[in-house]
Design a protein around this ligand. Sequence first.
Ligand SMILES: Cc1cc2nc3c(=O)[nH]c(=O)nc-3n(C[C@H](O)[C@H](O)[C@H](O)COP(=O)(O)OP(=O)(O)OC[C@H]3O[C@@H](n4cnc5c(N)ncnc54)[C@H](O)[C@@H]3O)c2cc1C
Length: 500
Amino acid sequence: MSAFLDARRLPNGTVLTPDLAIIGGGPAGIALALALKDSPFSIALLESGGMNFDPKVQSLYRGAESGLKYVALDAGRLRYLGGSSNHWGGYCRPLDAIDFETRDWVPYSGWPFGQAALAPYLPRAQSLLEGGAYLYDRLREGPLAEPLLPLGPGGVYTSFFQFSQWRGNDQHLPTHFGLRYADDLRRIANLQVILNANVTGLRLAADARALDRLDVATLSGRRFAVKPRHTVLACGAMENARLLLASNDVMKPGVGNQNDLVGRFFADHAIPRDTATLVVFGGDLASYYKATQDARGAHFRATFSPTESFKRARRLLGSLATVEQRVELDALGRAAVTIASSALGVDGSNAKAYSLGCGLEIAPDPARRLTLTGERDALGLPRLKLHMTVSDQDFARYRETLAEFGRQLLAAKSGLLRLDRKTRNEWLSVIDWGDHHMGTTRMHADPREGVVDANSQVHGIANLFVAGSSVFPTYGSSNPTLNLLALTLRLADHLKGLFR
Ligand SMILES: Cc1cc2nc3c(=O)[nH]c(=O)nc-3n(C[C@H](O)[C@H](O)[C@H](O)COP(=O)(O)OP(=O)(O)OC[C@H]3O[C@@H](n4cnc5c(N)ncnc54)[C@H](O)[C@@H]3O)c2cc1C
C-alpha cells in the first residue's frame, strides 16, 4: 500500500511530473482515480484538505452573495477528502432522456449527446455509490408489498429515488467517498494521493493552447508545481469556475473564458417545502412514499414526477414531489374532503393528509453566476461572489404539474390535492436548496456556447478537462451525483484513449 503524501512535507520548489493530475478528491476525483487504476500512466490526485474537516481549510471556501438569499458558499460544500459526499443525502436518480434534449421552450437547453451516451456508465456509477440493484422506475413493475397510489391517466406518475448506502456502517449513511475509498486509493500502484495540496493557479503555455503547469500551495506556506501531460479539474462546480477565472495571467478573462461563460449558468435544485397538501381518501399511503424502504436489493423511496410527454406538451421542466409528513386538515380542508368524496361516491371518512415538498429543476440563466471579488483567501486566491436568481416561471411550471396531479387523483377517486403556496413571496418563504451545484462550466459542442466540449475538454486547451456537475448544460430534476459519476467514468475511457 502506498501512503498518502502530505504536501506540507514537500520541499519548496518541488516539481512533480505525473502523466495525469486530478485536482480535487471528491466523488468525481476519486471515481476517476479508481477508474484509471492499472492504467499505464502515472497519476497524482491533489486534494486541498486532509482526511477530516479543518475549519482553516474550509474557510478557503468562504464567499459573498447577492440576489436571492442562498446557502453561504462555505456551508453548502465540504473541503477535505471525499468533498461534499462527507455530508450528502445519498438521493440518486438518473437524468431523463428529455433532460439531454434541446427544447425550444428552455433557452440554452441541450447536451451535445443523448441519454444513451451515459447509460452504459450508470450501473457502474451506482455501484460506486453503493446504491444496490439498478432499478429506479422499474420498481413500478413490482412486486412491491404495497400498491402504488392510484392515479387517473395523465401527466404525473410515481417515480423512484434510490439511495447510496455505505455498507460499512449500520446507520444507513450514504457513501462518504474519502473514508470509503481511502484504502482502495492506497492500493493503486500508479496513483499518488497528495493531501493538503491546494491548486492555486492553472498556468497556460504562452500560446494559450495547453496547460503548462499547476501552482500548488499549502496553508503552512509551502509552494510547489506540478507539470502533468493532462489535467482534470474536479473541485466541484463553484471551485472549478473559481480556478479557471482566477488563472488569468495568459488569458485575461480566465482559462476557457474567452466567451464569458465560466461561472455563468450556476444552478441548484430549489426545494420548496410544504407546497401542497395531498389528501388520500382511503387513509394510508404505501410506506415507500413516506420513508425509505428496502426491497429487491434496493433502498428506495417513491416520488411524483411529470411524464416526458406531459413536459413536452405543456412546455414544463422536471420536478420530484415528495411526501414530507402527516398533517391535520383545517376546517376548510375537511369540508373539501367531505364534498369531493361524496360527489365522487367514495368514503372519505378515513382520509389522511400529507404535506408535499419538491425538488425543482430551474431554467438555465446566464445571470445566475459566480464572479471573483477583490477579497483574497489565505492562499491569495480571489474569493467568489454568487448572484442567485429564480424565476416566477419556474414556480408556475411546477404549479401546473401539481394541478395535473390533483386532476388525476380526482379522476382515480383516490384523493385530492390542495395548493398551499401561490405568490412568489409564499414560494420564496419555503425554499431550501439541494446544494447540488451545477452549470458553471457548461458543456456544448460550440465553443461560443460552452466551456467544455462533449469530451469534457476545455475548448481550445488540449490537455485540460473538467469533471463534475459544473459541465451540466441543463440540469433535470434528478440529484446530480449518480449522473456526474457516470460522466466521470465516460471521461476515464476518453483519457485512456489519449494515453494509448
Ligand atoms: C448537504 C448536502 C446534501 C447533498 N445531498 C445530495 C444528494 O442527496 N444526492 C446527490 O446526488 N447529491 C447531493 N449533494 C451534492 C453532492 O455532494 C455533490 O454532487 C458531489 O459531492 C460533487 O462531487 P465533486 O467531486 O464534483 O465535488 P466535491 O464533492 O465538491 O469535491 C471537490 C473536492 O475538491 C477539493 N478541492 C477544492 N478546491 C481545491 C483546490 N483548489 N485544490 C485541490 N483540491 C480542491 C475539495 O476539498 C473536495 O474534496 C449534496 C450536497 C450537500 C452539501
